[in-house]
Design a protein around this ligand. Sequence first.
Ligand SMILES: [Zn+2]
Length: 350
Amino acid sequence: MLQRLPSINLILEKALVISSAEDEAIWKDTIDESFSLKSAWNGIREHHSKIAWASSVWFKGHIPKMSFTAWLGLHQILSTKDMLIFLGQNREIRCPLCSAASESIDHLFFQCSYSAWISRSVLWRFNIRRKQKRKLMEEEEWMRTTFPGSNQLPTAICIAFTSSIYLIWQERNNKLHGADNSHKRVILSNILHTIRSRCIFLRLDSQTSSRDLAFSKAFDLPMFRSQKPTKRCKWVHPKPGCVKLNCDVSLASSSASIGGLLRTNDSSVLAMYSQDKIQMTIQGLELEAICHGDSLASALNIDRLWIESDSLLAANVIEGSVPCPWKKRLPLAHLKNTLLKFVSWKVSHI
Ligand SMILES: [Zn+2]
């Protein structure tokens, strides 16, 4: 290995003969300033292109013993009975979990009635109902392409995948070495517990899509949001005679609400509102919040209205510069009808 790094050989040779200050000065001259252990390792190791499934196993927050077992499985080098027979080390090939078929990696994790029930039940908890995959590689590819990214839900899917392989493999080993068979519900419970406890520990960002919300609800997980630094902004006074509407929304795993303020030129509060809403997308809620404030301003006989929203999409949709997503057309039509009643109005993004 060292032949590939002549500078290391030189450094070692010099290090052996240092006996004076002069030798030490020569030694320092010899050392390449850019030398580091990383550069040495990169110099001697073999480089390969990254395997597509690596991120399904070695993701942020993975559990090493579980990922390692999944890594062995995806490399097809778990010592299942078919593998041991191939190596001439075993004669018995029946699957210890179902005793109904030959044991192989694909049988053990997907085709076996015991583990197929567990996989199906885990997916149901994610509200996923689809045809059972027959091979480990197929399952991994489906998972990677259906749930890309590194937020809470894709990470939870990876934890479900690796913990299922690990716990089924552990159960298979226990059974092989004489332990009583655990009921498959126990394995399922352990997998679900692993997913939930790991997600709480990692506190990864939750998304607000219906799929992510359903997942948070099913596992009773709070919605996590990374703390962004506070950004101060100045409230710009509307002109005399004009009223400004500021509104915002809140969306959590089990609740949604809107609220807003109508303020005059001297910033005194004219009216305020808040209301619980059914859960929908964040953009839908932003539009609902504006719509509510707009109706309130109209009921108060306000002539001039300035709507200020922190949703760029909502501001653009009201202005008509971007098309409206179809689910929000109804409140938008109502909003535009109400806006016609004002002497003047404008909308801006804050
Ligand atoms: Zn089986």
